[in-house]
Design a protein around this ligand. Structure first.
Ligand code: ATP
Length: 260
């Protein structure tokens, strides 16, 4: 069971952002990290995979063509955490989760009665350690709290495919660890999970596989060991980097400067 994308092309503002991209099959059960320079097309790729922007090519989830699926079925199957989490208006955190649950037809497509829906939403918040935020208005959250709520919104329907755009960018070190630990557990439970991360040391620690995007093309794909080499980092980011192992065997990426 996997996600596949073949010949995917996206134009934005008249320019080709993603051009005839083929991805290797992305399996359930693993955490796939999407990395690459600014403006490489990472957010665009997530939006195109979720069919939220026009794209040509073929995207299949567990064999089903997502473009041919109804909106309600896609909402049931896909959870998307955008880079910017909305927070306007007076909607509470709990109500925002109930709205996300309702938008996808309930829990994995099964409508829940009111009290059960609230209980499920609260359990989802508790999974990320933020049940206490339930009554707070979205507009009154810190950036990090908003990011944790964004992940809870993406997962509340129990989707098969989880697309997370820079889920840790506003989080402190402890919450980065907590969130990525949960995200990897969500993958291990049998979901297909793709997360955009800029921090390659973090990616090396948590990813089962890394897709490195550059100028809308796949520059490298494979395990962190395969992808995170000084040669590839010089080619893709234009940096002089050292890739070293710390005492626990984990990969550390250190940047010494920009390539000449
Ligand atoms: N709404 C939009 N309308 C037009 N062009 C856009 C839009 N969003 C992004 N682009 C353009 O598409 C290209 C890819 O942007 P995208 O946001 O996908 O990159 P990214 O890899 O996610 O970047 P970052 O790491 O900076 O978040 C950029 O050139 C950007 O200017």
């Amino acid at each position: 069971m996997d996600l596949r994308a073949e010949g995917l092309s996206v134009r934005r503002n008249g320019a080709a952002v993603i051009a005839a991209l083929d991805l290797p099959p992305i399996p359930a059960g693993e955490l796939t990290v999407l990395a690459g320079p600014n403006a490489a097309g990472k957010s665009t790729l997530l939006l195109a995979l979720a069919q939220m922007i026009p794209a040509t090519g073929r995207v299949t989830l567990e064999g089903a063509d997502l473009a041919r699926m109804g909106r309600a079925d896609r909402a049931r199957l896909i959870g998307m955490m955008p880079q910017q989490i909305g927070g306007a208006g007076g909607l509470s955190v709990l109500d925002s989760l109930l709205a996300a649950l309702h938008a996808g037809g309930g829990l994995a497509g099964r409508a829940l009665p009111g009290p059960e829906a609230s209980r499920h939403a609260l359990e989802t918040l508790a999974r990320f350690g933020i049940a206490g935020l339930a009554p707070r208005p979205l507009s009154a959250l810190s950036g990090g709290q908003r990011q944790l709520v964004g992940l809870a919104q993406a997962i509340v329907r129990d989707p098969r495919l989880l697309l997370l755009d820079e889920p840790t960018s506003a989080l402190d070190l402890a919450r980065q660890f907590q969130l990525l630990n949960e995200v990897r557990a969500l993958a291990r439970e049998g979901r297909i999970v793709i997360a955009v991360l800029h921090d390659l040391t973090l990616a090396a620690h948590w990813a089962d596989r890394i897709l490195l995007l550059s100028d809308g093309r796949l520059a490298a794909a494979g395990t962190p060991d395969d992808v995170l080499t000084p040669e590839t980092l010089a080619r893709v980011y234009g940096i002089d980097a050292r890739v070293e192992r710390c005492s626990r065997g984990r990969i550390n990426v250190m940047v010494d400067g920009l390539s000449a």
